[in-house]
Design a protein around this ligand. Structure first.
Ligand SMILES: *Cc1c(COP(=O)(O)O)cnc(C)c1O
Length: 337
């Protein structure tokens, strides 16, 4: 009965996964951290788990891994964000595979009979060992992460640094390519580690893989009315109608994830028409221009899908698609269709 719905189109997700696999020739570590970028981690894991192209999952922290196990997920779950001493019991209890990127993580899992991956910092400047090569019979995989896939020269230097780390290992999983990083087709990796592209959102302008947008986000009109010329719209009266206008009040505001920076900037879609957001986005509602539409109370308007992607919306908001996706509010119903 929710007034806003986020629809995940199963067939398109499946086709995107197959395309990512075909392009790379590698199986996926499907990154579903942060509630699958706000799209719903349990739903996504259930959808992805039966696919032969999906090798395993990756989450940010042990709690996220535990949630997936409690929901019945069976495939391996990598914990990207390392492991703190207090979190070690989760690893055994929920059969999680930590990524070790600090000597303190190694210490925390001392004597523990589990497999793990090691992360090398080849230029990301975040997690990972810089120089030390970690050798341990429990190591199942090694990984690194691109910081700036748009910078070809820098990225290729990262690849070469990673190559020298990888040369110390045999028979391990090796993964480096994220959605954007896939353009480098790193020859010595065995898996790709992707999130965003699964949803059909293109991480780069010239992305060589034809993906299908797989998410729609829609909300209902809760009021439609006409206001006279010169009428102020919403808090702060930042928009004044230039003429008599038909406006719609949409049950979607910044609490649902529509950035306030999209006030007077963003668009929603109805029946193929692009409708401007008028005035300030408020907590639970926003106002759109419904002139030249037949839209009426109860109808859905689209924020994503039907003409607009998270990438496009994020450009208008001055951010990246990841941030908008992660901020889709809790009261928005997530559905697999
Ligand atoms: C989030 C993340 C990914 C996935 O990135 P996408 O751009 O969504 O494909 C891969 N690796 C690491 C370490 C990450 O944190």
């Amino acid at each position: 009965m929710s007034r806003a719905k986020l629809l995940i189109h199963k067939d398109r997700i499946v086709r995107n996964v197959k395309k990512l696999h075909e392009f790379s020739g590698k199986k996926l570590v499907a990154v579903i951290k942060s509630n699958a970028y706000g799209m719903g981690a349990v739903n996504l894991a259930k959808l992805l788990e039966p696919l032969p192209e999906v090798d395993s999952f990756a989450v940010a922290c042990v709690e996220e891994g535990a949630t997936l196990r409690q929901a019945g997920v069976q495939k391996d779950i990598l914990v990207l964000g390392g492991v703190l001493k207090e979190e070690v019991s989760f690893l055994k209890n929920y059969r999680l595979t930590p990524v070790i990127s600090d000597f303190k993580h190694l210490e925390a899992i001392k004597g523990l009979d589990i497999k793990f991956h090691v992360k090398y910092d080849t230029g990301m400047g975040r997690l990972g060992f810089l120089k030390e090569v970690i050798k341990d019979p429990r190591i199942e995989g090694v990984m690194s992460h691109f910081s700036t896939p748009t910078d070809r020269e820098f990225s290729l230097r990262q690849v070469e640094k990673f190559r020298s780390f990888v040369s110390h290992y045999s028979n391990v999983k090796v993964h480096m390519e994220s959605s954007a990083g896939m353009i480098y087709k790193v020859p010595f990796t065995t898996h790709i580690r992707v999130g965003l592209a699964i949803y059909g959102e293109k991480p780069l302008r010239d992305y060589p893989i034809e993906l299908e947008p797989a998410v729609s986000l829609k909300a209902r009109l809760i009021s439609v009315k006409s206001v006279p010329e010169g009428y102020p719209i919403s808090y702060g009266k930042t928009y004044i109608t230039p003429k008599e206008m038909r406006i719609g009040i949409v049950a979607f505001g910044y609490a649902d994830g529509l950035m306030k920076s999209l006030s007077n900037k963003g668009y929603m879609f109805y029946g193929g028409k692009r409708l401007k957001i008028l005035g300030s986005v408020t907590m639970d509602m926003s106002v759109i221009d419904l002139s030249d539409t037949e839209a009426s109370v109860g109808d859905y308007v689209y924020l994503v899908g039907e003409g607009q992607s998270f990438v496009e919306l994020s450009k208008l908001a001055g951010t990246i698609p990841y941030e908008i996706m992660c901020n889709v509010g809790e009261r928005v119903q997530r559905l697999i269709v």
